[in-house]
Design a protein around this ligand. Structure first.
Ligand code: PMP
Length: 404
């Protein structure tokens, strides 16, 4: 019996990557890894979570925290998020908020909500690998999101129709994107919105890193720009996905969607069918911890990660040979590097691990097609400053050697 012959066709696009196999080598203690994308556990507010969990499990509260609860989410947490969205320029109420099990679940549900097989999703080239993974299960066609480019809405629409579907949404992460670290200017955000209006499609705004800004001024979310124009959130086509993973804890799996009520209402049905609701205890703990000094906590995080980013940028300037370029992220966790054309990031990773015990993610993984082979992603939130100096020196040697 071949069990995989029973798998539904949508599974054919969901493959484990070869890179994952290589990255298993990272467990060796002497490897310096820029391949992760995870927060520094030293900054988890563990003490606050211990207290919050104790409160949520106390006699008065355990009947709530250990019980089934509503699919929409824990009301005080939805309320706190609605206030935070209001501060970000999106005045809204708790009924515009759905709590999800991480923003990753929101991406899955949005794929399920909008994509029929053959529909087109416009995504950055490169884009967040986890979004490609989430959307892939719904068998879309991916096309380039490039609102500053020269393909008109009519051309994009015609190509989507020729492929047997419609352009359903643009997906992007406007602040300190994963993997590039790039932030969209106000003008670029307006273009994204204008293009979605012209195409009559939805915008999925992934704000996973929004709180992690190390320099420059906050730029309003695309949803805020649209709401300012339309004056009614229920008329907005932008769907904002937020997360506590990069600020408080990824392990608790708490994210949210802020959107027009018809979108929230339909996603509540998907949530009911998917997992009933997000873990109540975790929602209660996050509500407690978020209400107790969220701003101060994110300021501490930003100071910590800014120092690591600065250290990485300085080390890159010292150690990289001519012909290598990299981004200057204003926040987030990643620097994106472009090697001279013809170099291959996956080959380089094999050499880097073997000769210098340093790791990164080859950039090709973040493209829906075979593009970007000469790129790579470097994470600066996990390694400490000494590891950053040493690891970038090693990487500089590997690249210099490969170019020689
Ligand atoms: N969006 C982006 C851009 C991410 O980088 C991540 C996590 N790596 C997520 C969404 C998912 O995060 P979570 O589900 O933990 O909220």
């Amino acid at each position: 019996m071949k069990i995989d012959s029973f798998f539904a066709t949508r599974n054919s696009r969901m493959k484990a990557s070869e890179i994952r196999e290589l990255l298993k080598l990272l467990d060796q203690p002497d490897v310096i890894s820029f391949a992760g994308g995870i927060p520094d556990p030293a900054l988890f507010p563990a003490e606050k979570f211990r207290d919050a969990m104790a409160v949520a499990l106390s006699d008065g509260q355990h009947a709530l925290s250990l019980q089934y609860s509503t699919s929409e989410g824990y009301p005080p947490l939805r309320q706190w998020i609605a206030e935070r969205m209001t501060q970000l320029g999106v005045p809204c109420g708790a009924d515009n908020i759905l709590i999800t099990s991480g923003s990753q679940q929101a991406l899955d549900y949005l794929g399920k909500l909008f994509l029929s097989p053959g529909d087109t999703a416009l995504v950055g080239w490169p884009t967040y690998l986890g979004a490609l993974g989430a959307f892939n299960a719904y068998e879309p066609r991916f096309d380039r999101l490039d609102p500053m480019g020269n393909r008109s809405a009519d051309e994009l629409r015609a190509e989507a129709e020729a492929a047997g579907g419609r352009v359903k949404f643009s997906y992007l992460s406007p602040d300190f994107a994963n993997p590039t670290g790039i932030t969209l200017s106000l003008e670029e955000r307006q273009k994204v919105l204008a293009q979605a209006e012209a195409l009559d499609c939805v915008v999925i705004e992934d704000a996973a890193y929004q709180s992690l800004r190390y320099e420059g001024e906050d730029i309003p979310p695309i949803l805020a720009l649209e709401l300012a124009e339309k004056g009614d959130l229920d008329q907005c086509r932008t769907i904002y996905c937020g997360s506590f993973s990069k600020t408080l804890s990824p392990g608790l799996r708490i994210g949210w969607v802020c959107a027009a009520r018809p979108v929230i209402d339909q996603m509540v049905l998907l949530k009911q069918a998917g997992d009933l609701h997000t873990a109540t205890l975790n929602q209660m703990a996050v509500a407690h911890v978020a209400a107790d000094g969220f701003e101060e906590h994110t300021q501490r995080l930003c100071a910590h990660y800014k120092a690591r980013r600065d250290r990485m940028l300085a080390a890159l300037t010292r150690h990289m040979p001519d012909g290598v370029d990299w981004t200057h992220p204003e926040g987030g966790m990643f620097v994106w590097m472009t090697l001279p054309a013809g170099m291959d990031g996956a080959d380089l990773l094999a050499t880097a691990l073997r000769d210098e015990k340093v790791a990164f993610v080859p950039g090709g993984a973040f493209y829906p097609d075979d593009d970007g082979r000469n790129t790579l992603r470097l994470n600066f939130s996990s390694p400490d400053q000494v590891q950053i100096d040493e690891g970038i020196a090693r990487l500089g040697r590997v690249i210099t050697e490969a170019l020689a």
